[in-house]
Design a protein around this ligand. Structure first.
Ligand code: SF4
Length: 171
């Protein structure tokens, strides 16, 4: 035990340091999302995240948008607890058979324009879980998808670029 304690004191962390986000690029992207959403909606963009069966890798990147490095709420983007308050559904993972109905009900509860963004490779076609008896496929197998953001998982910057593309393409 003493050996282990000593080793942990001298060894240092084994994890890699997080890449430093470019503050200027991030501020520009977030300000752009905010500006377009104000033009389109007259207010900030509200996002509801739905995990339809992901491995949680995509969630870690989505949650990063709210952490102290990115802190996107300062630019007006908000994650909301209810689909009734959301403009966009960010859906991750392959859609599992157990989550299908919940996803459909979430979509029905979302007011217009109810944009759906499929996040990650699994959300496109099931990804590594494709063909599993427990999955019904990608998000488009259940809902009309407005945009797909590729990646396994996509980075927070890729997520922001995707939201800009969504707002611009639906303008
Ligand atoms: S795309 Fe990758 S990170 Fe996202 S749910 Fe699938 S396996 Fe996990």
């Amino acid at each position: 035990m003493r050996k282990l304690l000593f080793k942990s004191l001298v060894q240092g962390p084994l994890t890699e340091p997080a890449p430093a986000p470019s503050e200027a690029a991030l501020a520009e992207l977030a300000a752009r999302v905010h500006e377009i959403s104000r033009r389109r909606l007259g207010r900030s963009l509200s996002i509801r995240e739905v995990d339809a069966g992901s491995c949680n890798g995509c969630e870690l990147e989505i949650h990063a948008l709210n952490n102290i490095l990115y802190d996107l709420e300062r630019f007006g983007l908000r994650f909301v607890a209810s689909p009734r308050h959301a403009d966009v559904l960010l859906v991750t993972g392959p859609v599992t058979a157990n989550m299908r109905e919940a996803l459909e009900r979430t979509y029905r509860a979302t007011p217009d324009p109810e944009w759906v963004v499929a996040v990650g490779d699994c959300a496109r076609d099931g990804g590594v879980f494709s063909g599993s008896y427990a999955c019904v496929g990608g998000v488009s197998a259940v809902l009309p998808v407005d945009l797909h953001i590729p990646g396994c998982p996509p980075s927070p910057t890729a997520l922001l670029r995707g939201l800009i593309a969504l707002l611009e393409s639906t303008a």
